[in-house]
Write a protein that binds this ligand. Structure first.
Ligand code: SF4
Length: 441
């Protein structure tokens, strides 16, 4: 029995090209939308390299520029105390009295922003656990302080699950909280906590967290208020392909609505594979393709981790399916710089962030770190001009001159002031002081 007959993913090598039963050129050229059935047909039959060609062609239509972008920002995880019990999370502390539970005050956050400004950063991504001890004044004062002290810094903060919990904590409608935070300086909303919308999956991996519809509703409220947002998806755990398709389907529908009814919409989509280390979900049975049985959702008892093939396959399919999302990010934080670069040929047009700090993903064992110089090198070697962007995907600096970060003369380490990559010793010292990671959205 062939791999295709068994409904397994086709191998990377020696697979003949697949002839879709529909006109894929119409999808790539924008004359037709990829249907759900066509999505599944491509997923189950098309070799990876062929999918990449389709996605790259569609990216060229949607982003016909000679550059590819990145942003310089800092993840600030203001608290790790959380009421939720996500089984893929190694970051949260459910007990506020735990020795490593923390909440940052505005002074500590200001110090982090000063460091960010010193390396040319333009924005913060501020997210945290859902900490019932914090009053609404904590957030409002924090936002106002950042806006007053650092007026040039863009505040991209608080994911939908946080807003849903805020509504419960403060006994206040979500739209009202959004309005109040917006008035205090909140500019855009990150897509954290999207995971997988399907309830059969979400209820098993994210107990205590908002539903998929609640997540989408928060973003629609934000769009109505003129706040742009991003969208995310976590793959490679207990979900199957139908759950991922359902997730993309709901995002595409909501984006259609936002583009026609609201002053703002989703600016970008990013997906990444579940990182298993230190997480409760890691104790589950792992799916083994060598057993010859296709992976199927089995009520959360089996985990199917996503490798580079699966990550790139989903990226290419997301590019083809999400025809109303202009930007797709490469997830080099979880996939590493080499697959991160390859992602530019599979539908991504943005390298995401040069991150000074990442606490959520690093808690789960992923510690890739790239400097601005390295991100620029990755983009240029792939054939595009690197360009620094803002959160609206507007270019701030095009690096086509001799003073580009990757073209400056290499100085010995003590004189290199624009070094963003931390050494292993610094990482160890930092981890012992604060917990480390959070997925970049
Ligand atoms: S993923 Fe977020 S919401 Fe879930 S437990 Fe971790 S910090 Fe809390």
């Amino acid at each position: 029995m062939s791999a295709i007959e068994m409904n397994l993913i086709p191998p990377l090598k020696s697979t003949p090209l697949y002839e879709p039963t529909f006109r894929i050129a119409d999808v790539i050229d924008g004359r037709a939308r990829l249907t759900d059935d066509q999505f599944l047909e491509l997923y189950e039959n098309t070799p990876l390299a062929q999918l990449g060609q389709y996605a790259a062609a569609m990216t060229e239509r949607l982003c016909p520029t000679d550059y590819r972008t990145y942003v310089i920002d800092r993840n600030i995880n203001y608290t790790n105390i959380c009421t939720a019990r996500c089984t893929f999370c190694a970051f949260k502390r459910n007990d506020p009295a735990a020795p490593d539970a923390y909440t940052l005050d505005s002074e500590a956050i200001s110090a982090k922003i000063r460091e960010l400004l010193a390396i040319g950063g333009t924005q913060i991504l501020m997210q945290g656990g859902m900490n019932p001890a914090l009053p609404i004044t904590y957030y409002e004062n924090l936002l106002q302080t950042i806006r007053e002290k650092f007026p040039s810094i863009h505040i991209h903060a608080f994911s939908p699950p946080e807003f849903v919990e805020f509504s419960r904590f403060f006994n206040m409608p979500i739209a009202e909280i959004l309005r109040r935070f917006q008035a205090c300086g909140l500019a855009t909303i990150p897509g954290g906590g999207g995971e997988i919308f399907s309830e059969r999956v979400r209820s098993r991996i994210g107990p205590g967290k908002c539903t998929g519809e609640e997540w989408l509703d928060v973003m629609s409220e934000a769009h109505k208020l003129g706040m742009y947002t991003s969208a995310t998806m976590l793959i490679g755990h207990i979900e199957d392909i139908s759950d991922r398709l359902d997730h993309l389907h709901r995002l595409r529908e909501r984006q259609d609505w936002a583009l026609t009814h609201a002053p703002a919409h989703y600016t970008a989509f990013i997906h990444w594979p579940y990182q298993s280390e230190n997480t409760p979900l890691d104790k589950k049975r792992k799916w083994n393709p060598s057993d010859g049985k296709p992976f199927e959702f089995d009520n959360g008892r089996t985990v199917r981790l996503a490798d580079a093939n699966e990550y790139l396959r989903m990226l290419a399919l997301a590019r083809l399916y999400l025809d109303n999302f202009r930007n797709l990010q490469s997830s080099w934080v979880t996939m590493g710089p080499k697959i991160g670069q390859l992602a530019l040929f599979f539908g991504a047009n943005d390298m995401g962030s040069v991150m000074m700090e990442e606490n959520v993903v690093s808690s789960a064992g992923t510690t890739y770190c790239l400097s601005e110089e390295m991100i620029c090198r990755i983009i240029r070697d792939a054939g595009w001009i690197p360009a620094q962007r803002n959160q609206y995907y507007e270019v701030i600096k095009r690096h086509d001159g001799p003073d580009a970060p990757d073209r400056r003369p290499h100085l010995p380490p003590p004189e290199r002031t624009r070094r963003h990559q931390i050494t292993p010793e610094e990482a160890a010292a930092y981890k012992s002081a604060v917990l480390t990671i959070s997925a970049k959205t």
